[in-house]
Design a protein around this ligand. Structure first.
Ligand SMILES: Cc1ncc(COP(=O)(O)O)c(C=O)c1O
Length: 311
C-alpha cells in the first residue's frame, strides 16, 4: 500500500505535529547527501489492552546510541519522544502499525563536516503488514547469498542504525529480488554470515540455536534479543556469539530471520539448497508462535516490553 492510500494525516517533526504533506525538508539537507542520519523501525501491536508498542524503550535507547559516533544531538529527551509517539498513534487512531523515528543533520551548509547544521527529528507511523508477506511467515522464504559484503565495523559502526548503511542493504535485497529470491543473506568481510539486509539470522542445528555475535558486523537487533530470551525460556541452548560459515547454512536443520519488520520469518531455501525439510521447522515454529502470542498479548509475560497507547 502506498502512502497516498493511507489514512494518516500528521507526522511529528521537531517538536510539533505537522500535516503529512507539510513534513518536508530542503533539498540541500546534509542527511540526504551524505546519509548522516539514524533511525528506528518499531512495531505497535493491536492487543486486548489497546495498542502496545513493542520494546519502545530499547528502540529509543538504540536511537540515542546510534547518534553517538556522529555527534548528533537530539534536541528532545526520551520522555518527549515517547509522548510524541503515543500521542501520534492515539490522534491517528493507529492500532497495529509501524513507527519510524528518524534523526538527521539538516540544512545549513553542505561541506561533509556538518558544522552547525541543525539536528532534525521526526516520527512517523503508518499501518504495515507482514514485511516479507503473510505467506512467508508460514511457509518461509527463499534467500540468496548476496555478492555484496557487509561493511566491516572498522569502516563504519555497524551497531548504529545509520541511514547511509542501508545503501548496502538495498543493493543486497534488490540483487536477490532480481534473481527471483525474497531476500538476501549478507556475509561479512571475512566471508562468514552476518545478517539479512534488514534482519538478523538464526540457525538451528541438533536442537541448539546459533546466531552471529555482535563482532560479526551485525546490528544488535531488538528482535534478536527477544528471540534469544524466548528461546532460552523455552529451554533451548542459544549460542549468541557464533561465527557461522557460509557452508553451515546448507547443513542447518532450520534457519530463520528476526527483525521488527520481518518479525520471525522462516528461511526454506538458500540459493539452490533446501534447508531441512523445505518448510518452517519445529523449533522456528515454536519460537515464532511464542513471539506472536507475546506481542499480541495472548500471554501476559514480559509486560515491561510494552508501552501502551491510551485512547
Ligand atoms: C541490518 C539490520 N539487521 C537487523 C535488524 C533487526 O533489528 P531489530 O530486531 O531491532 O528490528 C534490522 C532492522 O532494524 C536491520 O536493519
Amino acid at each position: 500500500m502506498s502512502f497516498d492510500e493511507m489514512d494518516v494525516d500528521t507526522i511529528w517533526m521537531d517538536g510539533e505535529f505537522v500535516d503529512w504533506d507539510d513534513a518536508q525538508i530542503h533539498v540541500l539537507t546534509h542527511g540526504l547527501h551524505y546519509g548522516t542520519g539514524v533511525f528506528e523501525g518499531v512495531r505497535c501491536y493491536d492487543t486486548e489492552n489497546g495498542p502496545a508498542i513493542f520494546r519502545w524503550d530499547e528502540h529509543l535507547q538504540r536511537l540515542y546510541d546510534s547518534c553517538k559516533p556522529y555527534e548528533l544531538d537530539i534536541d528532545h529527551d526520551p520522555e518527549e519522544l515517547t509522548e510524541a509517539t503515543t500521542e501520534l498513534l492515539a490522534n491517528e487512531g493507529l492500532e497495529s502499525c509501524y513507527i519510524r523515528p528518524i534523526v538527521f543533520y539538516g540544512y545549513g551548509s553542505l561541506g561533509v563536516s556538518p558544522g552547525d547544521n541543525p539536528t532534525r527529528t521526526a516520527i512517523a507511523a503508518w499501518p504495515w503488514g507482514a514485511y516479507l508477506g503473510e505467506e512467508a511467515l508460514e511457509n518461509g522464504v527463499e534467500v540468496m547469498i548476496s555478492s555484496w559484503r557487509k561493511h566491516a565495523s572498522s569502516q563504519i559502526p555497524t551497531n548504529a542504525k545509520t541511514t547511509g548503511l542501508y545503501v548496502n542493504s538495498m543493493l543486497a535485497g534488490e540483487e536477490a529480488r532480481r534473481n527471483g529470491y525474497a531476500e538476501a543473506i549478507v556475509l561479512n568481510k571475512e566471508g562468514d554470515v552476518a545478517e539479512g539486509p534488514g534482519e538478523n539470522l538464526f540457525l538451528v542445528r541438533d536442537d541448539e540455536i546459533y546466531t552471529p555475535g555482535l563482532s560479526e558486523s551485525i546490528l544488535d537487533g531488538i528482535t534478536r534479543d527477544t528471540v534469544i530470551t524466548l528461546a532460552e525460556e523455552l529451554g533451548y541452548t542459544v549460542h549468541d556469539s557464533a561465527t557461522i560459515s557460509r557452508g553451515e547454512l546448507n547443513t542447518a536443520d532450520e534457519l530463520f530471520f528476526s527483525g521488527s519488520a520481518a518479525e520471525v520469518t522462516p528461511i526454506r531455501k538458500v540459493d539452490n539448497v533446501t534447508i531441512g525439510n523445505g518448510s518452517r521447522g519445529p523449533v522456528t515454529e515454536e519460537i515464532q508462535s511464542k513471539f506472536f502470542d507475546l506481542v499480541n498479548r495472548r500471554i501476559d509475560d514480559h509486560d515491561e516490553w510494552f508501552t501502551y497507547v491510551e485512547a
